[in-house]
Write a protein that binds this ligand. Structure first.
Ligand code: NAD
Length: 352
């Protein structure tokens, strides 16, 4: 099997956790990371790989067909793990165009180049690439929203009902990948995962926002009544699931990856504040002064703000398929993973 893997979006949150994990676990692989370095990409997150001879970074756009073709030819790509996307729902509400460009057109460009490279070359190439796989990373948001009934869960059979421009663009990209398996027999796998959290996440997302605002003693904004529910997955548990699905998943299949950790947004804000109260007590905070001396706990900073338009109420994943078929298990529950996460951010901001 050809061990030169193209990873897209590797400078983002999940990709930059995945690449070091993958290179360390598999000494036989070489990784080419194609990333446009949008506002969401950060090469600081991959500093540890700077001198690694099995890692190469290429700055570029997945929509640029010429560049993608060049990369396949130059590096003899034998597999793709596709993370690159516009990923923030709020941005998709303000500016949906780029979501369609990157998530839909970009995925099409990548899979179409992979198809032509692996399956349309001379016969000898077909042999060489017969196990080459296109792994598409997607989201549980494609399934829409659930009621508060705890028995209701997203399975791989749940119909797609995306509600935001972000989830609609991801749903479209999933359908393109599906069609390349069914039409051309491509070796594909799709994983749809729940909300990730952990080190290296971009500041704009919920958990980093709560931590950063708390540390700066700024109001901690929580949408609506704070009772929206997400199923939280520690990023390294997600990486392990991707690894299993990439190597052992069945071609043409979809696997849902979720942490079985449903929590409301207000629970999360309170939990983070409790951890901060312990690790970095508010009275030791360098911003604590006579002006805010009424603050007793970081919880006092929690502020409800008007809800996001079309805000999905609840997401929750049934991960039985990947658990039963591939033996995946999440190692962290939310309460253990969030302590590691808060500590990572406190170190990043030099607070501990
Ligand atoms: P992210 O926004 O942190 O990173 C995305 C990366 O893609 C960035 O490095 C960015 O520079 C790059 N990128 C964007 N447009 C590009 C383009 N046109 N060409 C090349 N590179 C481009 O995202 P993330 O949180 O790491 O998510 C990775 C994948 O996982 C996405 O496909 C996302 O839809 C999916 N996902 C994420 C979550 C989550 O909770 N973070 C949950 C479910 C699914």
């Amino acid at each position: 099997m050809n061990k030169n893997i193209l990873i897209t979006g590797g400078a983002g949150f999940i990709g930059s956790n995945f690449i070091p994990y993958f290179l360390e676990k598999y000494p036989e692989y070489n990784v080419i990371n194609l990333d446009k370095l949008t506002y969401a990409g950060n090469l600081e997150n991959l500093k540890e790989l700077e001198n690694n001879p099995r890692y190469k970074f290429i700055k570029g756009d997945i929509c640029n067909r010429e560049l993608v073709e060049y990369i396949f030819n130059e590096f003899d790509i034998g597999g793709v793990i596709h993370f690159a996307a516009e990923s923030h729902v709020d941005n998709s509400i303000k500016n949906p165009d780029v979501f369609v460009k990157t998530n839909v057109n970009g995925t099409f460009t990548l899979i179409d180049v992979a198809y032509k490279y692996w399956m349309q070359g001379p016969f000898k190439y077909k042999e060489k690439y017969k196990n080459s796989r296109f792994h598409h990373i997607s989201t549980d948001e494609v399934y829409g929203t659930l009621s508060d009934d705890p028995n209701e869960l997203f399975t791989e059979e749940t119909p797609y009902r995306p509600n935001s421009p972000y989830s609609a663009s991801k749903a479209s990209s999933d359908m393109i990948v599906r069609s390349y398996h069914h039409t051309y027999g491509m070796n594909t796998v799709i994983t749809n995962c729940s909300n990730n959290y952990g080190p290296k996440q971009h500041d704009e997302k919920l958990i980093p926002t709560i931590i950063r605002n708390a540390i700066n003693l700024n109001p901690i904004p929580i949408y609506g009544d704070g009772k929206n529910i997400r199923d939280w997955l520690y990023v390294l548990d997600h990486c392990k699931g991707i690894d299993l699905a990439y190597h052992k998943g069945k071609s043409g299949e979809t696997y849902n990856i979720g942490g079985r950790n449903e929590r409301t947004n207000i629970y999360i804000a309170n939990k983070i504040c409790e951890i901060l109260d312990e690790l970095y007590p508010i009275k030791q905070n360098s911003k604590f002064s006579t002006l805010n001396s009424q603050l007793k706990s970081y919880k006092d900073l929690i502020t409800f703000v008007s809800d996001r338009p079309g805000h999905d109420r609840r997401y929750a994943i049934d991960a039985s398929k990947i658990e039963n078929e591939l033996g995946w298990r999440a190692d962290e529950n939310f309460e253990s993973g969030i302590v590691k996460t808060v500590k990572w951010y406190l170190e990043k901001y030099h607070k501990i």
